[in-house]
Design a protein around this ligand. Structure first.
Ligand code: PNS
Length: 163
């Protein structure tokens, strides 16, 4: 059983993330989308909300599940009996940070491999941060996120936010 972890903040999941998940689901027996708890990043959606948005977006993929984790990513990978980590690479600008993380993770757990996947070109400029900004300013985000995520963003951004 080949299992891969696709970790990230996913606040919220975008069509770019989904493209990477669909590609990974063809290569691995099991894909676990791991939503990381990060105290230092103020998120728009809670961890369970982000998980739920991912679960709905990946309903058509039978070998994909969403889960949350805290602590070191490599510990989570070992705990879930996975062999590898997938990260999406959109542009050269992503590379330095990703390379550093991959090497640190290798140092921490030598047998955990990091694989990089490129999303479709049409998604390379999409990020959760920009999608939130465009949505907040009233722009159309229909092309960038699944419909239920668009609705969740609209609902969250028109209601008072969590403290
Ligand atoms: O979507 P993001 O915010 O770029 O994802 C970053 C993430 C969650 C993959 C990274 O911050 C992470 O792995 N966090 C878990 C804590 C950890 O293992 N840190 C050391 C990484 S070398």
């Amino acid at each position: 059983m080949r299992t891969v972890i696709y970790p990230g903040s996913f606040d919220p999941i975008t069509n770019g993330h989904l493209d990477v998940i669909e590609r990974a689901a063809k290569l691995f027996d099991r894909v676990i989308v791991g939503v990381a708890e990060n105290e230092s990043k103020k998120a728009l959606f809670t961890l369970p909300e982000r998980c739920e948005l991912i679960t709905r977006a990946t309903r058509h993929l039978k070998n994909v599940t969403a889960d949350t984790f805290s602590g070191l990513l490599v510990d989570y990978v070992v705990r879930r009996k996975a062999q590898a980590i997938i990260r999406g690479l959109r542009a050269i600008s992503d590379f330095e940070y990703e390379f550093q993380m991959a090497l640190m993770n290798r140092k921490l757990a030598d047998r955990v491999e990091t694989l990089f996947m490129m999303p479709k070109e049409q998604y390379t400029f999409i990020s959760s941060r920009l999608v939130k900004e465009v949505a907040m300013l009233g722009g159309d985000i229909g092309e960038f996120v699944p419909r239920h995520v668009q609705q969740a963003l609209r609902a969250r951004l028109t209601k008072p936010q969590r403290p």
